[in-house]
Design a protein around this ligand. Sequence first.
Ligand SMILES: [Fe+2]
Length: 403
Amino acid sequence: MTTMENLELTVEERAANLTPEELVQLVGLVDYDADADPFPVTGWDAIVFVVGNATQTAHYYQSAWGMELVAYSGPENGNRDHKSFVLKSGSIRFVINGAVDPDSELVEHHRKHGDGVSDIALEVPDVDKCIEQARRAGATVLREPQDVTDEHGTVRIGAIATYGDTRHTLVDRSRYTGPYLPGYVAAQSKWVKRDGEPKRLFQALDHIVGNVELGRMDEWVTFYNKVMGFVNMAEFIGDDIATDYSALMSKVVANGNHRVKFPLNEPAVAKKKSQIDEYLEFYRGAGAQHLAVATGDIIASVDALRANGVQFLSTPDSYYQDPELRARIGKVRVPIEELQRRGILVDRDEDGYLLQIFTAPLGDRPTVFFELIERHGSLGFGKGNFKALFEAIEREQDRRGNL
Ligand SMILES: [Fe+2]
C-alpha cells in the first residue's frame, strides 16, 4: 500500500496545486526507494512535439485543450532555426516545435514522421548517474551531461535514444527558476477562455504508448528494464487484444514511483492490417502513439473538448447494452447513460475502475492521438475495452481505406 506521507510532489505538481492524494488517484503514484534505483526518474519533464506549423498548433492546444502558454523561443529572441511554444496544463508541459529555417533539422523530421513526439523528456535528480547507467547498459547516449546556464540559473541536461527517432532528454532543473530552459522567455496566452469553461481540462500525464516494429516489443521492454530500471506492470498478450481483423501485443513498464508509464505495442499477425501497422507505415517507423492525460472529471472535460471541436472515437451503443459489460463494471460514479451519451468507456479490475475515451488522430496522418483517463483505484489501462476500442478504430481505418 502507498504511504501518502512519503510521497514527494514535483515543483510542477505543487505549482498546479495538486495534492499527494490527488496524484495517487489521478495517475496511481506510489512510494518507492529511489536510493536503490540505478536510474532514478522523478517524473515527466516535457513532451516535445515536432509539427508542421507550431504557431497554429500552439493555438490549438490553448483554444481546444485549455492549455496555458508559459514560455517561447523563436527568431524574436535569437532562435533563428525554429519556433518553440511551451504550454502547460496542471503538471504537464508540452513543447511545440516547428521549423522557421528551411534548412532546420526539424524539416526532415517532419517530412518523415509528420506531426509527432520527438522527445519524451524526463525529470531526474542526477543526470550524470543516469547517463552513466545507460551507457553501461548499452544505450545510445545522444547528449553527454552538460550544464546550460542563463540569468535564471543552471539546468543539467543529457539525452539517450529510445525507439525509432524518439529520445529521452534527462533534465535536472533543481538549480533553475526560469520559465522552461535557457534560451526561452516567459510568455502568456492571448487566448481567453469561454465563460464557464473548466480551469483545466486535464491535470497530469498518465502514460505514453510506444508503437514498435513487429517482434521488437520484448527488446524495448528489456531496454526499459535494464537501462532505466523500469518495472513491468500489467501485461497483455496476443488474444487479449484482438478482433477478427486486427491484433497487437502490449506490455507495460513504469518507473519506480509509477508517474511515468510506457505501454509498448507491437503488431500481431491478423487477417488484415492492424492499427499498429497503420501507425508504423504512416509514422515511418516506431514512435509515440497516444498520450493519456489524467482528469478528475472526464464528463466535464469531454463536454468542454467537444464544444471546442475536438473529435473523439465513437463507441457503438451495443457496447453499453452488453449485459456482460454491465455485470463486469458494476457501479460507477455516474449513470451509464451519461457515459454512453459521450462515448466514454469503462473498465474494472480487482483494484477499482477507470473511465477513458480516445480522440481521433490529432494531425493529418493516422498516427498520434490522445486518451482522457479518470482513474478510481484501477491501475490498469483499459484491457477490457481494447476489443471495443479496436472495433471503433477499425471502423475509422476502414473509412480511410487502410484496413
Ligand atoms: Fe492508453
